[in-house]
Write a new protein. Structure first.
Length: 138
């Protein structure tokens, strides 16, 4: 199949809350949107639900098992070369030991520190809602 640049790619991301802090991940030189912060996650595979996708991605990227607390409203964002639908989930850790597989690094931030990061553009569109939600849950 010829891939088209105007198809919307569905991408899930996890806002992982632990001990009152939220995990953010810095995209590496090898990744698109390099050196931007994001919530870990990735593209939905064929035949996979968004919930299955985020659990799989977090196991692959961070070696953590997560539980989903809440699915937030998604945003559609167009980059110069692609359009994504970013589907955020508030999550908690259910098991595993954090191991950073793909990202440059990950860090834990208090909710009020999140706004100061250099986020991927799509994340800038969800960050206010994320902060509002996590401040209730931490
Ligand atoms: N995982 C994740 N991806 C995000 C976020 N915000 C955001 O714009 N993205 C973008 C970056 C990527 O283009 C895409 C996720 O793709 P991916 O991480 O599974 O794979 P990739 O780097 O190979 O993606 P790409 O180069 O094909 O665009 O969504 C976010 O918070 N989390």
């Amino acid at each position: 199949m010829i891939s088209t640049t105007n198809e919307v790619r569905q991408v899930t991301c996890a806002i992982i809350i632990d001990n009152g802090k939220i995990l953010a991940a810095l995209r590496s030189r090898q990744m698109s949107e390099s050196w931007k912060w994001e919530f870990p996650g990735g593209k939905i595979d064929d035949g996979e639900t968004a919930e299955e996708c985020i659990k799989r991605e977090i196991t692959e990227e961070l070696a953590l098992n997560i539980s989903i607390t809440e699915r937030l409203t998604s945003v559609i964002h167009t980059y110069p070369s692609k359009t994504i639908e970013l589907i955020p989930f508030i999550c908690t850790i259910n098991g595993g030991t954090l191991h950073v597989v793909e990202h440059e690094k990950v860090s834990w931030f208090e909710p009020e520190k999140l706004k100061s990061l250099n986020w991927a553009e799509a994340d800038l569109r969800i960050i206010d809602k994320v902060i509002e939600k996590v401040q209730v849950k931490v």
